[in-house]
Design a protein around this ligand. Structure first.
Ligand code: SF4
Ligand code: SF4
Length: 507
C-alpha cells in the first residue's frame, strides 16, 4: 500500500504501465505520441509478459500440466505382455506391421473404424465440456496450452517474473544477457527434443528407438520426425504461444456455437466492478465499484487481454485472472469472484437480485451426453463381441466356365484373417448349391464338400478356390450362396456370394 493509504496495489507494479494487447496494438496503430498519420491496419505483435500468480485455478493448471505431461512422456515406456512375437509396448501404433496396440486391444487396418469412433468420442466430449464449462480444454488440456505453460515456467526461472523480464528485454545486449537468453532457449530446445522424441516412441518400440537413435542406427524417418516435432514444439510453445490460439486454431471460431447462457465462462462482474478506479483507504465502497483498476487481471493473462472488455476470442478460459483478482480482493477486504467462472444467466440474476440458479441439464448437454453414451456403448459392445477371425470372398472376374463333364465352375479368391497368436485351421464349406464341391487350387484336384485351409498366427491366409456344381443344380444365371468358414475352436464366419451360370436358353 502507498503511504497515503491508497488501496491501489502498487506493490504489484504500476497499473498505468500495464496495457492489454488490444490497447498496445491500438496505440501502435494510432502512433501514440507521434504526429497524425494515415491509419495503419497492421500492428506488430505485442509481446505478452504474464505475471506469476497463485490460486485455485493456477493449482488446477499445474495439476493438469503434471498429469498430462507425465502421461505423455511415460506411456511409451509402459510394457504389456502379448506373448511371443508380439510387441510388448502397451500403447503403440505399429505402422510397419499395420497394427495398433492399446493395452489388451489390438486393432487391425480393417478395424480403423475404432479410430473413427475415438475421434467422434473426443469431439462430442469436447462439445459437452464446452457447453458445461466453456473453454476448459483450451485453458487446461490443449497441448499448446500445456507446453506454453511449461515454456513460460522455464522463462520465469531464467529471466524472472513479468517486471524483471520487461526490464531485461529492454536492456542493451551484453554477455550476461546473451548467456541468459541462451540458457532459456537451450532449456526450451531440450524440452522440445524430449517432446519430439517421445512422440516417435508411440510409433516404434521405445527402448529400441532410443538405443538406435543415439547409436546413429535409427531410420532416416525417425531422425526427420524427431527434428520436425522438436522444431514445431520449440516454435509453437516458445515463440508463437498465444498467437496459435488467436490466429491459427479454428476451435475458438466455432466453440461459441456450443455455449449458451448457462455455460460457465470466465466473466467480469461488471455490475459489481463498475465504476472502476483507484480506491482510497476510508473511502466508502458505494462511491466506486469494486474494481480498483489495478490491471493485475491483465498482467497475469497468458494471451494479454483485459477480461473486463467482455468475452473475447483470445480468452482461453484458464481462470488465472480469477486467481489474480481474488488476490486483490483479499488485500482490499472485499469478497472474491469479481472475476469468476460464471454463467450469463447467473450474472443477470445477480443484477436483478434474484436467486442464483445453475442449469446443468439442458437440451444440448443431454443431447451431447446421449451421443457420448451411444458412441461409447457401441464401441464397448463392438470390442466385447469382436471376432478373432475375418473372411473375405471375392468372385473371379471370369463369370463361369463350363467343363467338358458339363459341370459349371466358378472361381473365388478367399482371404482368412487369423487374429490369434497361433496358427489355426479353418474349414470351408458352401451352402445354397446342392451337389457343389470345392477345389483348393494348388492343393487338390478333386472337388470336396469341405476343405481345410491354414492361416498363420496374427496373419492372413490367401487361397484360390474353384467351386464346381452339376449343370442341373444351376437353375439360375445367378445363385445366392454362402461360404461358411469355421475355425478349429468353433468360431464361424459366413460370407454371402453368388454362383454364376448360363442363361436358361443356353443350358
Ligand atoms: S478486475 Fe480485479 S484484477 Fe482486474 S483491474 Fe479490477 S480489481 Fe484489478
Ligand atoms: S482473460 Fe482470464 S481466463 Fe481468459 S485467457 Fe486471460 S487470464 Fe485466462
Amino acid at each position: 500500500m502507498s503511504p497515503d493509504g491508497s488501496a491501489t496495489l502498487h506493490d504489484y507494479g504500476d497499473a498505468a504501465d500495464i496495457r492489454s494487447v488490444r490497447e498496445q496494438k491500438a496505440a501502435a496503430r494510432a502512433g501514440a505520441g507521434a504526429p497524425p498519420r494515415p491509419l495503419n491496419l497492421y500492428a506488430r505483435r505485442a509481446q505478452v509478459y504474464p505475471r506469476k500468480v497463485s490460486g485455485r485455478f493456477r493449482s488446477l493448471k499445474w495439476a493438469a500440466l503434471l498429469g498430462l505431461l507425465g502421461l505423455y512422456y511415460v506411456l511409451p515406456w509402459v510394457r504389456w505382455d502379448r506373448g511371443p512375437g508380439a510387441p510388448d509396448q502397451a500403447v503403440l501404433v505399429d505402422l510397419n506391421h499395420e497394427r495398433g496396440y492399446f493395452f489388451f486391444i489390438e486393432i487391425w487396418p480393417q478395424e480403423v473404424y475404432y479410430l473413427t469412433g475415438l475421434l467422434v468420442l473426443a469431439a462430442v466430449g469436447l462439445f459437452l465440456a464446452t457447453s458445461l464449462a466453456g473453454r476448459v480444454w483450451c485453458g487446461y488440456a490443449c497441448p499448446q496450452t500445456v507446453w506454453t505453460d511449461l515454456f513460460m515456467w522455464v522463462e520465469r526461472r531464467v529471466e524472472g517474473d513479468r517486471g524483471a523480464r520487461i526490464r531485461f528485454d529492454k536492456q542493451p545486449w551484453s554477455a550476461g544477457k546473451i548467456g541468459r537468453k541462451m540458457a532459456k532457449h537451450g532449456a526450451w530446445l531440450v524440452i522440445a527434443f524430449l517432446t519430439g522424441g517421445a512422440w516417435i516412441m508411440y510409433f516404434v518400440d521405445a527402448p529400441t528407438v532410443v538405443r538406435d537413435f543415439f547409436a546413429g542406427a535409427a531410420s532416416e524417418s525417425v531422425y526427420f520426425f524427431v527434428g520436425l516435432f522438436t522444431a514445431t514444439t520449440y516454435l509453437l510453445a516458445g515463440m508463437a504461444r498465444e498467437q496459435v490460439c488467436t490466429f491459427m486454431c479454428p476451435w475458438p471460431r466455432f466453440q461459441a456455437a456450443m455455449l449458451d447462457e448457462d455455460s460457465l465462462v470466465v466473466t467480469y462482474n461488471r455490475h459489481r466492478g463498475e465504476p472502476r478506479g483507484p480506491h482510497r483507504k476510508g473511502q466508502a465502497w458505494g462511491e466506486t465499484g469494486h474494481c480498483i483498476d489495478c490491471k493485475q487481471c491483465v498482467a497475469v493473462c497468458p494471451t494479454g487481454i483485459d477480461i473486463r472488455d467482455g468475452i473475447q476470442l483470445e480468452c482461453i478460459g484458464c481462470g488465472l485472472c480469477v486467481d489474480s483478482c481474488n488476490e486483490i480482493m483479499a488485500k482490499v477486504g472485499l469478497p472474491p469472484n469479481l472475476i469468476a467462472f460464471d454463467t450469463e444467466r447467473r450474472m443477470a440474476q445477480r443484477v436483478a437480485k434474484e436467486p442464483l440458479t445453475y442449469r446443468l441439464i439442458r437440451p444440448r448437454t443431454v443431447l451431447y451426453f446421449l451421443m457420448l453414451l451411444g458412441v461409447a456403448g457401441l464401441m464397448v459392445v463392438s470390442l466385447a463381441t469382436r471376432d478373432d477371425q475375418g473372411v473375405s470372398v471375392l468372385h473371379d472376374r471370369t463369370l463361369f466356365v463350363q467343363l467338358s463333364s458339363g459341370a459349371i465352375q466358378n472361381s473365388y479368391d478367399l482371404k482368412v484373417l487369423n487374429k490369434a497368436r497361433a496358427t489355426r485351421h479353418f474349414d470351408i464349406a458352401v451352402e445354397g448349391l446342392p451337389g457343389a464341391g470345392i477345389v483348393l487350387v494348388g492343393r487338390s484336384t478333386r472337388p470336396a464338400i469341405r476343405v481345410t485351409v491354414t492361416a498363420p498366427p496374427d496373419g492372413l491366409g490367401e487361397y484360390r478356390l474353384h467351386l464346381r456344381a452339376p449343370a442341373q443344380s444351376v437353375t439360375s444365371p445367378e445363385t445366392k450362396i454362402r461360404f461358411v468358414v469355421t475355425s478349429e475352436d468353433g468360431g464361424t464366419t459366413v460370407r454371402e456370394s453368388t454362383f454364376r451360370g448360363p442363361k436358361a436358353a443356353n443350358r
